[in-house]
Design a protein around this ligand. Structure first.
Ligand SMILES: Nc1ncnc2c1ncn2[C@@H]1O[C@H](COP(=O)(O)OP(=O)(O)O)[C@@H](O)[C@H]1O
Ligand SMILES: CCCC(=O)OP(=O)(O)O
Length: 363
C-alpha cells in the first residue's frame, strides 16, 4: 500500500487541531475541542497524552485514512531546550524532555509525544517544526534585571516564521532581506523583532508583554509579590490567574474577541476600555521591539485570530504606522507550516535536524 499522507497534530490548551495532507494539498482538517471538564481530570498537561492520542487515531479512522498509508507524522513541538529553528526528527531524548517539560508545561509538549507514538506504531518518522523553544535571542535580550531570572525565548515561532516567509514571498524577496516586527495576536500574544529572519527578542507570551485574551502579560511586580504572599491563593491558582484566566478573560469573563466586539457594538463602555487597553499595550510592545531593530523596519505584521478584528488593527495602526507600513495576515498558518516543514524534508530540499546535536545539555 502506497504511503502518501502526512498526519499533522497541533495540540492547544482547549483543542487539538488535526489534518491530513497529501503533498501540499490538505485532504481533511478538524479542530477537536475538549470539554474543560474532561481536561480538568488531568493533573498535568502531559497526563492528557492517551486521551488526546485516542481521539486523533479515532478521527483518522472515522475519516477513512488508514494509518498504514501515512508517510510521516508531525506535531507542534513544545517547550524543549533552547534550539535553532527547523524541522527535527522526534527522538527519545526529545520525548523525555517533553514529558518532564524541560522549560515548562504547555499543550504543544503533547505534539511531539503523540506524533512519536503514532509514527512508531507505523514504523515511520515523526517530526516537529519550529517549536515554541526556538531560540535566536541576542545575549542582551536574555538579561532580566535579576541574575536569578533569565529572559527566555518562548514564542509562537511556527506561525511567526511561516508568516515572515509569506511576507517575503509577497515582496519577492527572501526573509534574510527583511527586518520585521511581527505581532501574533491569539489567545496568547507574541511580539517579535525579526532581524533578517532571526527572532532576536520576544516578550514570552506566557509571562510578559501585552495582556492577551487569556493571559496577563507583564504586571507591576510589587503588587504581584503581595498577591502571591497574601495567603489567599495556592501556586496553581496564581498560575491560572496569570495564564488562562488572565487578561481579557479576567476583566470581561470571555477569551473570545468576537464576543467582546459584539458587546462594544451594543454600547458596552467597559468592554471598549479593556479591548482598547489590549490594543494600547500591543502598540507599546511593537514600539519597544522597533527600538531593538533600531528603527530599520520594512514592515509591521499583525497575525493570529484577533488580527481579524478591524477595530483592533485600526487602533494599533493609528499608533504604530509612523514606524513602518502595517501588513495584515490574520489567522494562523500553523497546520500548513507543520506540513511544509515535513514536505521540505521528504523532498530532500532540507535535512531534518537531530535534537541531540543542536541543543546544549548542562544537566
Ligand atoms: N473574526 C474574528 N474577529 C475577531 N477575533 C477573532 C476572530 N476569529 C477569532 N478571533 C479571536 O482570536 C482569538 C484566538 O486566536 P487564535 O490565533 O485562533 O488562538 P490561539 O493562539 O489560541 O491558537 C480568540 O480571542 C478569538 O475570539
Ligand atoms: C509561549 C508561546 C507559545 C504559546 O503561548 O502558544 P499558545 O498561544 O498556542 O498557547
Amino acid at each position: 500500500m502506497e504511503r502518501k499522507y502526512v498526519l499533522v497534530i497541533n495540540p492547544g490548551s482547549t483543542s487539538t487541531k488535526v489534518a491530513v495532507y497529501e503533498g501540499y494539498e490538505r485532504k481533511a482538517q478538524e479542530n477537536i475541542t475538549h470539554e474543560t471538564s474532561d481536561l480538568e481530570k488531568y493533573e498535568k498537561v502531559t497526563d492528557q497524552y492517551e486521551y488526546r492520542k485516542e481521539m486523533i487515531v479515532k478521527w483518522l479512522i472515522d475519516k477513512n485514512f488508514n494509518p498504514s498509508k501515512l508517510v510521516a507524522v508531525v506535531g507542534r513541538g513544545g517547550l524543549l531546550r533552547p534550539m535553532p529553528s527547523g524541522t527535527y526528527k522526534v527522538s527519545k531524548q526529545m520525548i523525555d524532555d517533553l514529558v518532564v517539560g524541560i522549560q515548562g508545561e504547555h499543550a504543544s509538549n503533547l505534539g511531539g509525544m503523540i506524533a512519536g507514538a503514532i509514527a512508531e506504531s507505523e514504523n515511520i518518522e515523526a517530526y516537529i517544526v519550529d517549536p515554541v523553544a526556538v531560540d535566536e535571542f541576542e545575549d542582551v535580550a536574555r538579561v532580566s534585571g535579576t541574575p536569578q531570572i533569565i529572559r527566555k525565548s518562548l514564542v509562537h515561532a511556527l506561525n511567526i516564521k511561516a508568516i515572515a516567509h509569506r511576507v517575503a514571498n509577497d515582496k519577492n524577496v527572501k526573509v534574510e532581506d527583511l527586518n520585521l516586527v511581527i505581532a501574533h495576536l491569539g489567545g496568547g500574544i507574541s511580539v517579535v523583532p525579526l532581524l533578517k529572519g532571526r527572532m532576536i527578542d520576544a516578550n514570552n507570551a506566557n509571562e510578559m508583554g501585552p495582556f492577551s485574551p487569556e493571559r496577563t502579560g507583564s504586571l507591576p511586580v510589587g503588587d504581584v509579590a503581595k498577591i502571591c504572599f497574601s495567603g489567599d491563593y495556592t501556586f496553581a491558582e496564581i498560575k491560572k490567574k496569570l495564564r488562562g484566566k488572565g487578561g481579557m478573560t479576567a476583566y470581561l469573563g470571555t477569551n473570545d474577541a468576537r464576543e467582546v466586539l459584539k458587546r462594544i457594538e451594543d454600547g458596552d463602555e467597559n468592554a471598549k476600555l479593556i479591548f482598547e487597553a489590549m490594543g494600547y499595550q500591543i502598540s507599546k510592545e511593537i514600539g519597544a521591539m522597533a527600538t531593538v531593530l533600531q528603527g530599520q523596519i520594512d514592515a509591521i505584521v499583525l497575525t493570529g485570530g484577533v488580527a481579524y478584528s478591524k477595530y483592533l488593527t485600526d487602533y494599533i495602526k493609528e499608533r504604530v504606522a509612523f514606524i513602518a507600513p502595517v501588513i495584515l495576515k490574520p489567522g494562523e498558518d500553523e497546520m500548513e507550516a507543520l506540513n511544509e516543514g515535513v514536505q521540505r524534508v521528504l523532498s530532500g530540499e532540507e535535512t531534518a535536524k537531530i535534537y541531540e546535536e543542536e541543543v546544549v545539555f548542562n544537566d
